[in-house]
Design a protein around this ligand. Structure first.
Ligand code: ATP
Ligand code: MG
Length: 860
């Protein structure tokens, strides 16, 4: 159901109000009625039940458990929930921690901090079935019931953990209650105490009466609390009690393993006990299976239940399925001994005894197989498999005891022959051989496992030796990285602009400001935009990356609410609107067209999202996201202002007044942008940056470092350029040191590097340009510096040109002469000139770096 449909629902309370907070005027309720205007149906969802909640992705609503329903002073209907996460909601890099395939129906109890558990009830779509499973239980492969989820583990943002037995039984509570026909309970996940359950009878009567009143309207009350259902389920519950069956058939699978015997602790002896009892077990299973159909199909609105037909092995909860899993469990962890020590001794030391027992079971099950009742087939087959398995295990154990014979053919040796002779030749031999292949690793020496005998991948993580949540490791390098041969080489590597510096000196203040900005938003759970501008190479990108790294560390240590960090770069996009596509893909994994992505993002950020973590979005090279309509930039500035978006944008650009240019000043100020400007580095700062990069490596003469710093600071204050010159100087020094013994970069090397760097054809042509053309370029830079922008009109430049001519004592050119100079420089591609007839209002930009122009003109 999408939001639009959802809005056509009426939400009302079910059950009387209970005042929970006198001061805040808060009332608690027991249930929620969702009435669809369109289909005229009504659903009742009770506290303790599992629900689907509208998510960012309409196809994948969130799953949650209702812990509390309340209305606050402003009469807003709210709910407190316990979230569950689908695997898609777990960060990609963490999914591999599971080391197994995850079924799309498997969900994880969400324990990560930072999720808002207080939601508006109008985001609740419907109720859903969630079946808790013990870790050893496999998620049924095929479920005809679409709206069924399975939960086996919890996720705390760092690792997956199996559900504790206590939690597991609490999660099962609603299931039990459902079967017992009693109202939904509250669990330990609960934050607030629940209501006392008010008179169910009265409530149910009220609902029934109101339902009766709607004469011609076909109304389905989906609640199992309708009067008729309540009595029906009560009746059935009492029937079950009378029959001595406490747990309904659907949960038979769980009953077999818990609570008396946890599946992981089920020993061979236990299974034998179970097997010896198999007739009874079959009886119980049959009876309970019949019951289940009756008990569950009454709950309208819950997913259609699969009618239990005999011999239907595909159903997720079929008896056969259970037993086969049981068999698998034995295969996986057969070495934990049972409580019966005598039995244990028998199995350990008496190979024959063990074999006899298993043999007995095989024979027993064979007898079973002969019974004409076809509906037992499934159970029988599995029972046979278990028995056979036990047989093999006993053999294997014996093999292990026999001094770990390294022979590879131990499984094919006499013991296997013996086994074969005991097991009659039926098609099941195939099964048996499969089973042999799966013999757990721990039983054998590594040499015993031939490729053919290697355990199947699916069972591998469950072998006793493999830890469940092993930390993934980066493969070990085969070859060690080459160490730098000498000081110069090391300096060259450290000075490379792609090398990550140990620290960012001279940006401490900027770092702190950005950190504080994001930190405060994260703590408040709000959003906002910070606009970071500065000329190239002033460390904007490096500083923001460092801030994010530190914030992520703090979030990992639980010092800050966790957040999602995504990053886009205008330079890497083929078209500005691709920004939408990338952002959506990074957020939700969906890949759609730019127009659709824009729509989805707008919906995402402009509508309340109940389970939303704060997103930190870094938009680098924002200047390049310029479009004629300015929609991309406008949206980027606008989305963070939406309260529900929880979006923090760190926008990085070279232009200082980009927001004003995109929006009218008035609008720009309303956006409440936080601004930060990175000033060009001074020569002292550049000196410090080089020294910190070199980290006490004595590769440069002090004067050489000072020369580079002064040169670059005078031109642009660009750390990138500074590092480039230093790196090139070391290369020149390295080359010359092959001839001389010197290993120190001197001023001569630096001068050579600077000459090389600035000997571009552009610089040469600027040097050979006319006096007025050079003057015009100087005027362009003067205007850029004055305004702090990288664009100016010819008129603005003309003012500077006139001033410069006066200083130099040159003739002042006329306006048409200035226009001619401008177009000539444009033709030489020194300038980018607007192509229209605005005359003096033409906009002009430099097509080469300011450093190059300055360098070329300073040489004169
Ligand atoms: P642009 O606007 O061109 O994207 P920028 O301001 O984002 O430039 P960065 O990419 O952050 O600049 O920095 C350029 C190079 O200078 C990087 O290699 C970075 O490591 C280095 N650098 C910048 N500032 C510092 C600093 N304070 N300490 C050490 N290295 C620095
Ligand atoms: Mg950058």
């Amino acid at each position: 159901m999408n939001t639009r449909q959802q809005s056509k629902c009426i939400y009302s309370w079910f059950g009387g109000a209970k005042k929970s907070d006198q001061l805040l005027r808060t009332f608690q309720y027991r249930g929620l009625l969702i009435k669809s205007k369109r289909s005229l149906t009504e659903k009742c969802i009770l506290v303790g039940e599992f629900v689907l909640v509208e998510g960012e992705n309409a196809d994948q609503p969130f799953v949650a458990k209702l812990l509390k329903l309340y209305e606050n002073g402003s009469q807003e209907k709210r709910a407190i929930v316990q979230w569950f996460s689908r695997i898609e909601e777990v960060p990609l890099n963490k999914r591999k921690l599971l080391q197994r395939e995850v079924s799309p129906q498997e969900i994880f109890l969400e324990k990560s901090p930072g999720y808002d558990t207080d939601i508006n009830v109008e985001t609740i779509i419907s109720n859903v079935e969630v079946i808790p499973l013990a870790l050893e239980e496999a998620v049924p492969l095929r479920s005809n019931r679409k709206q069924t989820f399975f939960v086996r583990e919890s996720w705390d943002g760092k690792c997956f953990k199996p559900l504790s037995p206590g939690l597991l039984s609490e999660l099962k509570e609603p299931e039990k209650k459902k079967k017992a026909g009693s109202p939904g309970p509250l669990t330990d996940c609960q934050v607030f105490p629940t209501n006392s359950i008010c008179s169910l009878k009265l409530e149910t009567d009220r609902v029934t009466r109101s339902a009766m009143k709607m004469k011609n309207i076909h109304m389905e009350i989906e609640s199992r609390h309708s009067a008729s259902k309540s009595s029906l389920s009560k009746e059935r519950h009492s029937q079950r009690v009378a029959n001595g069956i406490n747990t309904p058939g659907a949960r038979k699978k769980l009953e077999l393993n818990s609570p008396m015997k946890s599946r992981s602790k089920l020993t061979g002896c236990d299974v034998l006990e179970l097997l010896s009892d198999d007739c009874d077990a079959v009886e119980i299973l049959e009876r309970s299976a019949t019951k289940r159909t009756v008990t569950f199909t009454q709950i309208l609105g819950s997913p259609p239940k699969i009618p239990r037909t005999n011999g239907e092995p595909d159903s997720p909860l079929t008896i056969g399925g259970d037993w086969s899993k049981l068999a698998e469990t034995i295969r996986i962890s057969p070495y934990k001994r049972g409580q019966d020590s005598s039995q244990k001794t028998k199995n350990l030391h008496g190979r024959d005894d063990g074999m006899c027992l298993a043999e007995e079971q095989v024979l027993k099950t064979r007898n079973l197989e002969m019974t004409p009742r076809s509906h037992r087939k499934c159970v029988q087959k599995t029972t046979i498999r278990i028995a056979e398995q036990l047989l093999i295990l006993n053999t294997s154990e014996q093999d292990q005891e026999d001094d770990y014979l390294p022979s590879t053919d131990c499984s094919d040796s006499s013991s296997s022959e013996e086994e074969e002779s005991m097991v009659p030749c039926t098609p099941k031999r195939k099964t048996r051989s499969n089973v042999t292949l799966r013999t757990p690793k721990s039983l054998r020496k590594p040499s015993d496992i031939t490729p053919a005998k290697a355990p199947k991948k699916a069972t591998e993580p469950r072998t006793p030796k493999t830890p469940c949540n092993a930390t993934p490791r980066i493969p070990i390098r085969n070859q060690a990285t080459e160490k730098p041969a000498n000081v110069l080489e090391e300096a060259r590597l450290r000075l490379h602009i792609s090398a990550i510096p140990d620290s960012l000196p001279c940006r401490e203040e900027e770092f702190q400001d950005i950190y504080n900005f994001v930190e405060s938003k994260l703590i408040d759970g709000t959003g906002g935009c910070m606009y970071i501008s500065g000329v190239p190479g002033t460390g904007k990108t490096a500083t923001v990356h460092e801030v994010i790294r530190c914030l992520q560390q703090a979030a990992e240590k639980d010092e800050l609410p966790s957040f999602q960090f995504i990053e886009i770069n205008g330079m890497k996009l083929t078209d500005p609107r691709q920004a939408y596509v990338q952002i959506l893909q990074l957020l939700t994994g969906q890949k759609v067209t730019a127009a659709h992505a824009a729509e989805l993002l707008a919906k995402l950020f402009c509508t309340p999202g109940p389970k939303r973590k704060t997103t930190v979005l870094m938009v680098d090279e924002l200047d390049l996201l310029w479009t004629r309509k300015q929609d991309v930039m406008y949206n980027l500035f606008d989305w963070p202002t939406k309260k529900q978006a929880k979006l923090i944008i760190l926008a990085i650009a070279n232009t200082m007044d980009l927001p004003e240019r995109i929006m009218m000043n008035r609008v720009a100020s309303r956006l409440g942008l936080t601004r930060m400007s990175f000033q060009p580095y001074t020569y002292k700062q550049l000196q410090q940056i080089i020294s910190s990069r070199l980290n006490h490596i004595k590769a440069f003469e002090e004067d050489a470092i000072q020369l580079v710093s002064r040169k670059v600071a005078a031109l642009s204050g660009d750390a990138r350029r500074c590092l480039d010159i230093c790196r090139r100087s070391t290369e020149i020094c390295e080359f010359s040191s092959q001839k001389t013994a010197s290993h120190l970069v001197t001023m001569a090397h630096v001068m050579k590097a600077i000459d090389e760097m600035f000997s571009s054809p552009y610089i040469n042509s600027i040097r050979s340009a006319s006096l007025h053309e050079q003057m015009f370029l100087k005027a362009v830079i003067a205007e850029f510096r004055r305004s702090g922008l990288e664009e100016a009109t010819v008129q603005q430049i003309y003012h500077h040109h006139v001033a410069l001519c006066r200083i130099e004592g040159l003739r002042i050119p006329t306006v048409s002469e200035i226009m001619a100079i401008c177009s000539r420089l444009g033709a030489c591609r020194f300038l980018l000139v607007e192509s229209n007839n605005k005359y003096l209002h033409l906009r002009v930009r430099l097509n080469i770096s300011q450093d190059d122009v300055m360098y070329a003109l300073k040489q004169d």
